[in-house]
Write a protein that binds this ligand. Structure first.
Ligand SMILES: *Cc1c(COP(=O)(O)O)cnc(C)c1O
Length: 455
């Protein structure tokens, strides 16, 4: 189907007239030409004018095996021939059962129960409520009601997940609506909160975390963490051993550990889950984004038999977990997710990711030669390039300069879709990306940064 000129103008006009885009300053959005995607294939997206773009952020960190992956397309079509949606409230469905079994098989040890929802924020919201209710029902005290979280954390946009968030720009405005969470410093080594340098710091952040836990153990039920890397804060990669130590501390202070794998799950760090990298078994794990291969909205909160058992009883004891979303366990999304996991096995995807990640690491080295690149961070195929006004003092660019935004517009002109987080340029392609495409991704990003900030 070819879209006529008239239809294209109509789409652009109606987009500006009717759609309120997420995380977007609409006053400025309507001044620019909207990029309207019509179709995709592999790691490439095509707009309604027929221009091709490399999908450099995997359609916001979701896409895994590329667009139009035959196996996933067919899985959704086959399910469509059976039924599109039925409820999981008191009933079950075939794909939801098969997927639960497959998730448990690949999840860190001890996780045996799957609670479905449809996005990352709700997966976190569910983990918070589960931890809270479990502790109330099983702990014998009503005092352990709080949470420990990290500065720079991002766990989603609902009020509960914002309460455990730590990005002031996104979260501060809502503070009167939020419950309090005790914030530990995040291991943002480029801007160490203690002014220490990575090799000589002795992981002071962990000492402080332990002090916080010791002080608050009697009033908190759970700690929430993005394992290995804080994504939305700008791909802040944590020092090796940090996650493992957090697990040890949670056990020592009897605090449930919630690993939010919404961003990092499904291969992005080079392992199926980030927890696997440090052999960590959390008490709960949240999954979304890549779970359906980037096809359909789906999320899951996984937990242990112990926590699950804390909700068992006769109906009139009211220990039930009174939570559920209408589209919970949607069969189409579950069918896509099953096919997603099958491709991981059939095509040795994790091996490919490790290989491609090494290649990406080599390509990213040259970025350090650019005057305004302050830091280059990477784990697996997640990379963050932090742009600074002054490298010596690490002074950030002023927000009104919109440096990140200008870089991504340059990239767009060169055939690459990326999205910045403030002044951090994020690269997070689909796992299926080829070495040649990595070269193009890095070259265009390099050229775009140079075009905006100089050599
Ligand atoms: C994206 C993200 C979320 C929120 O997921 P949504 O599907 O956008 O609600 C939660 N946690 C982490 C770590 C994320 O990256």
């Amino acid at each position: 189907m070819v879209i006529s000129n008239a239809a294209r103008s109509r789409l652009a006009a109606h987009d500006k007239q009717h759609i309120w885009h997420p995380f977007t300053q609409m006053q400025e959005y309507v001044e620019e030409k909207p990029l309207i995607i019509e179709k995709g294939n592999g790691c490439t997206l095509f707009d309604i004018d027929g221009n091709a773009y490399l999908d450099g952020v995997a359609s916001l960190w979701t896409n895994v095996h590329g667009h139009r992956k035959a196996k996933l397309d067919n899985a959704v079509r086959d399910q469509l021939d059976r039924v599109a949606h039925t409820t999981l409230l008191g009933l079950s469905n075939v794909p939801a059962i098969s997927l639960a079994e497959k998730l448990i098989a690949v999840a860190p040890r001890g996780l045996t129960r799957v609670f479905y929802s449809d996005n990352g924020s709700t997966a976190v919201e569910i983990a918070l409520k589960m931890a809270f209710q479990y502790t109330r029902q099983c702990d014998g005290t009503n005092e352990k009601t709080g949470f420990i979280t990290f500065r720079n954390a991002y766990h989603g946009d609902t009020i509960g997940s914002v309460s455990v968030g730590g990005i002031d720009l996104f979260h501060e405005k809502y503070s009167p609506l939020l419950f309090t969470a005790h914030k530990a410093e995040s291991p943002y080594c480029y801007r160490c909160p203690f002014g220490l340098s990575p090799c000589a710091c002795g992981l002071e952040c962990l000492n402080r975390l332990e002090a916080l836990m010791r002080a608050r153990a009697r009033e908190v039920c759970a700690l929430v963490i993005e394992p290995l890397v804080q994504g939305a804060a700008g791909i802040l990669v944590h020092p090796p051993g940090f996650l493992r130590k957090v697990r040890e501390l949670c056990t020592r202070y009897d605090i449930l550990m919630i690993a939010d794998e919404v961003a990092v799950g499904f291969g992005k760090t080079g392992s199926m889950f980030a927890c696997d990298v440090e052999d960590v078994a959390p008490d709960m794990m949240t999954l979304a984004k890549g779970i359906s291969g980037g096809y359909l909205p789906l999320a899951a909160t996984l937990t242990t038999e112990k926590i699950y058992s804390g909700f068992l009883g006769r109906y009139e004891e009211f220990k039930t977990f009174f939570h559920g979303h209408t589209y919970t366990g949607n069969p189409l999304a579950c069918a896509a997710a099953i096919a997603n996991l099958e491709v991981f096995e059939e095509e040795r995807v994790l091996e490919h990711v490790r290989e491609i990640a090494r290649h990406m690491a080599e390509r990213l080295e040259s970025f350090r030669t650019l005057t305004h690149v302050g830091d280059v961070r990477r784990i697996g195929i997640m990379a963050g390039i932090e742009l600074v006004a002054d490298r010596a003092s690490r002074r950030p660019f002023a927000p009104e300069e919109k440096v990140g935004h200008r870089v991504i517009l340059e990239a767009r002109r060169r055939g690459l879709i990326i999205r910045p987080l403030g002044n951090v340029i994020v690269l997070m392609p689909p796992l299926a990306i080829s070495a040649e495409e990595i070269d193009r991704l890095c070259q265009i990003t390099f050229d775009s940064i140079r075009a905006v900030t100089g050599p």
